[in-house]
Design a protein. Structure first.
Length: 475
């Protein structure tokens, strides 16, 4: 085919290209600054930027036409345009992405708190698909997927050039449908394949317990529409049971709704305190979130647990309470996801997920990339999986050793009775209920022993209480 005939075909395609160019012009307009910002740039002599953009779009239209006319196989113009959009966004941060109609609909389903999948929160870290955290009691959690795992393959296909939204689409699916992912973890000599069966993911916002009769424990799994209400209920129960110390567990919490993070922080702070603020490119992206009068706030000592799986909204809560001296942060460095994404609906049911601002703690620390540094660093020991019991025994920690830590003198056979037991003991009328309570207490003790970070937090809170009393007495 001659060059002249190619030019004729280009002209014949002109009308067909108008529709594609219209989409591209609209899309480009969305990425350009808002009108007032454009006016400011024009006054500063930067109007040539937009002109250059449209010149590049002209080149793009020429390439598109040549592909449609001369590529070795027939191409789908819609696929080419969508691929160009994805390539455009890939030059930005990993959280900015194009959501085709199906993906946008899936995202809306996810925010309702119920969807089909594996139960993991993922992100791109240094170009590698990385698990932020698995959600408790989900297929991924039960399979042994950990925060920080790198997903290098999905169904034997490499993830090196994949976008975040593409990865989410591949991992989601119908309940009961299996999927194979290949994981590489720090300390592994070679990658490992996991075949996980998808399930409906129902995310419970939080759980609560009471340790040692007066230490309240609240674990927030993620920040959903009901988190602040669920927190109020848990705190009300604690008040009725005379809880005076609190452990707030934000480990492996991938984040969620910003307004809920603000509401949670508000429960523990005095009025008129700054919780978080955002700064973006335009004035309307700069926002400040402060506490407000909601009646009685919780004022007793608290420790917040964080780790590498704590991201976004959980980092906002930890950062605010740390900056304002309200809580001690214990654990390991957080993930460092401190950017704001805005969903902009587009034509044909698609949407643009656009990063528009960064989060800052009250003192001005940037959460993005840096994360929150704990006041007290406490590492977690490596997770021991099935089949490693022999190795554990070699390291001097057998099952008997663990049981001995739980048992006390009174639990031993034929133990010597204390004076109080001999003189004033009365047979229990409800031994079944007593046994049930004892089993629950033993289970709680076992949880503490298995979790060094939780154990350290509880010990610190105990010491806090003892030292406060001692200081008051001396004074």
């Amino acid at each position: 085919m001659s060059f002249d005939s190619t030019k004729i075909q280009i002209r014949q395609k002109a009308f067909k290209l108008q529709a594609h160019l219209a989409v591209l012009f609209v899309f480009t307009f969305l990425l350009l600054p808002l009108p007032n910002a454009l006016a400011q740039e024009a006054e500063a002599g930067e109007g040539s930027k937009s002109e250059n953009t449209y010149e590049k779009l002209k080149v793009f239209s020429e390439i598109l036409s040549l592909l449609e006319s001369n590529y070795v196989e027939e191409v789908n113009s819609d696929d080419l345009v969508e691929g160009a959009i994805r390539g455009l966004l890939k030059t930005l941060d990993p959280h900015t992405s194009y959501l085709p109609p199906a993906s946008y609909k899936q995202m809306q389903v996810e925010t309702s708190g119920k969807f089909g999948g594996l139960g993991i929160e993922i992100s791109m870290r240094k170009g590698i698909l990385t698990v932020i955290s698995p959600i408790e009691d989900t297929p991924a959690f039960k399979a042994g997927i950990l925060a920080g795992d790198r997903i290098i393959k999905i169904e034997d296909e490499s993830t090196l050039d994949i976008t975040l939204s593409e990865a989410v689409n591949l991992l989601r699916g119908d309940r009961g449908a299996p999927i194979k992912i290949t994981i590489f973890r720090e300390g592994m000599e070679e990658p490992k394949d996991y075949t996980i069966v998808r399930d409906v993911i129902n995310v419970r916002s939080l759980t609560s317990k009471i340790y040692n009769s007066d230490v309240g424990y609240i674990k927030i799994r993620n920040f959903t529409k009901t988190t602040s209400n669920d927190l109020d209920k848990a705190l009300a129960v604690f008040e009725s049971k005379n809880v005076r110390r609190l452990v707030l567990d934000l480990r492996n919490n991938p984040g969620g709704l910003l307004n809920q993070a603000v509401e949670v922080a508000d429960r523990f702070l005095d009025d008129e305190n700054l919780i978080v603020y955002t700064q973006g490119r335009t004035e309307d992206q700069n926002m400040r979130f402060t506490t407000h009068d909601r009646g009685r706030q919780v004022s007793y000592p608290m420790i917040i647990l964080v780790n590498g799986g704590s991201a976004s909204a959980s980092e906002i809560v930890a950062g605010a309470l740390q900056d304002l001296g309200r809580a001690v942060i214990l654990g390991t460095q957080t993930f460092g996801k401190g950017s704001v994404q805005t969903i902009i609906p587009l034509s044909e049911g698609s949407a643009l997920r656009l990063t528009t601002a960064r989060y800052y703690t009250p003192s001005g620390k940037v959460i993005q990339e840096n994360g929150i540094t704990p006041d007290i660093i406490v590492e977690m020991p490596p997770v021991v999986r099935n089949g490693q019991n022999n190795e554990k025994k070699k390291n001097g920690r057998s099952l008997k050793d663990k049981i001995r830590k739980i048992l006390r003198e009174k639990d031993l056979k034929k133990h010597l009775k204390g004076k109080k037991s001999i003189e004033g003991s009365v047979p229990s009328k409800n031994t079944d209920k007593t046994d049930e309570i004892n089993k629950e207490l033993i289970a709680l003790r076992e949880e503490i022993e298995k979790d060094p970070q939780l154990k350290q937090a509880i010990n610190l809170l105990k010491g806090w209480s003892v030292m406060s009393k001692s200081y008051i007495n001396k004074k």
